[in-house]
Design a binder for this molecule. Structure first.
Ligand SMILES: *[C@@H]1O[C@H](CO)[C@@H](O)[C@H](O)[C@H]1NC(C)=O
Ligand SMILES: *[C@@H]1O[C@H](CO)[C@@H](O)[C@H](O)[C@H]1NC(C)=O
Ligand SMILES: *[C@@H]1O[C@H](CO)[C@@H](O)[C@H](O)[C@H]1NC(C)=O
Ligand SMILES: *[C@@H]1O[C@H](CO)[C@@H](O)[C@H](O)[C@H]1NC(C)=O
Ligand SMILES: *[C@@H]1O[C@H](CO)[C@@H](O)[C@H](O)[C@H]1NC(C)=O
Ligand SMILES: *[C@@H]1O[C@H](CO)[C@@H](O)[C@H](O)[C@H]1NC(C)=O
Ligand SMILES: *[C@@H]1O[C@H](CO)[C@@H](O)[C@H](O)[C@H]1NC(C)=O
Length: 558
């Protein structure tokens, strides 16, 4: 699930903003999707130096070829051990998330490799409407700078504790739907999770054909995290006989996802914040909030005090060394960072502690940097790179998926925020922002064969392996989802974060790789030890103002 655009954000510690591929082009391999030929057969060509890519032409509606076709982008990282045991399709989360970023950063795909082993090709697939796959879901197509400028100012600075702000948010999101309904073409109807699940089957069948094998029995092998669990379980409900090796990580309540209220995510969020307090108290000087003799409860009280102070009086940053214009930071900015930090503790917790300790002095220079405020957005006339925003695809896909089952009024929106705050004292205020799709003014409707109706108990050809951390701040519904699939197994690992690759664990990876090899599941109630150490990394320092305007806003990063 993408928070703003952070995501399974988790990840990618060091995901670099500039693809390395662009810096040292290898002209014998495709360096752009435009150079990957479109084909209704699976045709891989070398791409981006280290990978192979395929651009598969698929029907927009498999039951109605007359409505035309679109393209689905695949990028393959070959297994070290060839011949590979097969291809495993990978989805990193979303909706709207693209796996491509993973492939540019060797440390990111190193984590994937560490989990899945060296015997399987890992195939990143851009789902329908996402990044390099059609149909287009960019409501500001061809104008990335306007889009980024709009999305930042429209969906930030919302405070659910103010009825004026709720009212404005309600109207802003309605206006957004009205706008997108005019700028997008009708093909946007066909970007939804059931259609993407069908595309995965198409991939398996075309792969079998390309290998001279019968396509009717081809199975899909899959690793999906976060929203990838919605995609994976949807596939398993639609095509239970075609389930191969299936690993479902960071397990969303997918019924709640299809319902559209996104209200069952934060079940363990405050538990994750409490873990921040206790790990900090144990970390010693690596945690900036630690003092000699500090307890977890002392640290909690200090954060509570900072939040209360910021609710009463926001913090200003007006030092030209750190911002390009003065900025006012509220408790919402801090809550937003806390939520982001819960996704990937080893990457964020040392910095979060430093941010909070500076805020105790009402110094917001580090928070302003994480909130990506106080920097001029890149202008259209500066030829911004043709970046991809996950916002539009996320809303459009989620809205198509919930199929108008959930619509809000201004009153119910306020109630929704209140309900989330009851679930999580720390991040309930920020969760519904931009996450809850505001679908009421969107005119799109997927055809009935692309609407997912309900979960049923289904026997799958192979057992599914559900995995998660013992504390996952936003998706912890493995028991509930596993119950729909008799014979499936659950593996937990002892860590805090969203997705098991926030840390490494020989135990987790050996169970996962044994499952990939033999389909053997871990014994019931297995909880793996891990190398989880959230205060190992040095904290980020406040950076002096950069003269370069920001290119990719915080809110658009994975
Ligand atoms: C390709 O692999 C080399 C060697 O591992 C690495 O240095 C380079 O960054 C990779 N390029 C891309 C685009 O991933
Ligand atoms: C360019 O890509 C080709 C095909 O993948 C590879 O054989 C060659 O070594 C690469 N050249 C460089 C300079 O990276
Ligand atoms: C989208 O795809 C391009 C390659 O066409 C890649 O450079 C970029 O990192 C991808 N964006 C994301 C957010 O993954
Ligand atoms: C909608 O998009 C499709 C695919 O990009 C294109 O072929 C078609 O012409 C567009 N239709 C309209 C009405 O713009
Ligand atoms: C920390 O506190 C203990 C007990 O209160 C004390 O004995 C010790 O000297 C203190 N250490 C430092 C570095 O202040
Ligand atoms: C705020 O903190 C930063 C980073 O520690 C420091 O450089 C800056 O001088 C502080 N600002 C004030 C007003 O104390
Ligand atoms: C994990 O496995 C690696 C390689 O086999 C080994 O070097 C390392 O000590 C193991 N770590 C733990 C915590 O068992």
């Amino acid at each position: 699930m993408i928070y703003r655009y952070t995501v399974l954000s988790a990840l990618l510690a060091s995901a670099s903003a500039t693809p390395l591929a662009l810096k040292r082009a290898n002209l014998t391999t495709a360096q752009s999707w435009k150079d990957v030929p479109l084909s209704s057969d699976l045709t891989y060509v070398p791409c981006f130096d280290n990978f192979t890519c395929a651009n598969l032409e698929v029907p927009l509606d498999y039951d109605n070829p007359d409505v035309g076709t679109t393209n689905i982008a695949f990028i393959k990282y070959e297994a070290l051990n060839q011949p590979a045991k097969g291809d495993a399709i990978f989805n990193p989360g979303g909706p709207g998330g693209s796996p491509m970023n993973f492939f540019w950063d060797p440390s990111s795909y190193g984590l994937l490799r560490g989990l899945l082993g060296d015997d399987w090709n890992i195939v990143g697939m851009d789902p329908r409407g996402v990044n390099n796959s059609g149909p287009n879901l960019d409501c500001f197509d061809g104008h990335p700078a306007i889009r980024d400028f709009y999305e930042i100012q429209a969906f930030s600075d919302i405070d659910p504790r103010s009825s004026v702000s709720i009212s404005k948010y309600f109207e802003t999101s309605g206006a957004y739907g009205t706008w997108c309904s005019q700028t997008l073409n009708n093909t946007a109807n066909y970007a939804n999770t059931p259609a993407t699940a069908r595309d995965m089957l198409q991939y398996a069948e075309k792969l079998a054909e390309s290998q001279g094998e019968p396509s009717e029995e081809a199975v899909v092998n899959y690793y999906g995290a976060s929203y990838g669990t919605a995609l994976g379980t949807t596939f398993a409900q639609m095509f239970p006989e075609r389930v191969g090796k299936f690993i479902i990580d960071a397990v969303q309540d997918v019924e709640d996802y299809y319902f559209g209220s996104w209200s069952k995510n934060l079940l363990q969020a405050d538990e994750a914040v409490n873990a921040f307090f206790s790990y900090c108290a144990e970390a010693g000087p690596n945690c900036a909030l630690y003092r000699n003799g500090t307890t977890a409860d002392d640290i909690k009280q200090r954060l509570d005090t900072v939040l209360k102070n910021m609710e009463d009086s926001p913090v200003t940053v007006a030092d030209p060394n750190f911002v390009q214009f003065p900025v006012v930071l509220t408790h919402m900015d801090l809550r937003g960072l806390i939520l982001t930090a819960l996704y990937n503790p080893p990457v964020y917790w040392t910095s979060l502690a430093t941010v909070i300790s500076l805020l105790e002095e009402r110094n917001g220079t580090l928070l302003v940097q994480f909130a990506e405020k106080g920097k001029m957005p890149v202008a259209e006339c500066d030829n911004p790179p043709d970046t991809y925003s996950t916002i539009d695809p996320k809303l459009l896909i989620a809205c198509n998926d919930n199929n108008k089952r959930f619509t809000v009024t201004e009153e119910s929106l306020a109630a929704l925020f209140m309900g989330q705050r009851d679930l999580s004292e720390y991040v309930g205020d920020v969760w519904p922002i931009v996450i809850v799709p505001q679908c009421r003014n969107l005119r799109f409707a997927s055809p009935p064969n692309q609407v997912f109706n309900k979960f049923e108990v289904k026997e799958t050809k192979s057992p599914i392996l559900f995995i998660d951390n013992t504390i996952d701040p936003v998706t912890s519904s493995y028991d509930q989802m596993s119950a729909f699939f008799p014979g499936s197994g659950i593996l937990l690992q002892d860590a805090v974060g969203h997705g098991v690759i926030v840390t490494t664990s020989n135990c987790t990876s050996s169970y996962v790789q044994k499952y990939l090899e033999t389909l053997e599941l871990p014994p019931p109630d297995t909880v793996c030890e891990t190398d989880f150490d959230p205060f190992a990394a040095p904290a980020a320092g406040a950076e002096k103002r950069s003269v370069v305007p920001r290119t990719v806003p915080f809110s658009h990063r994975m």
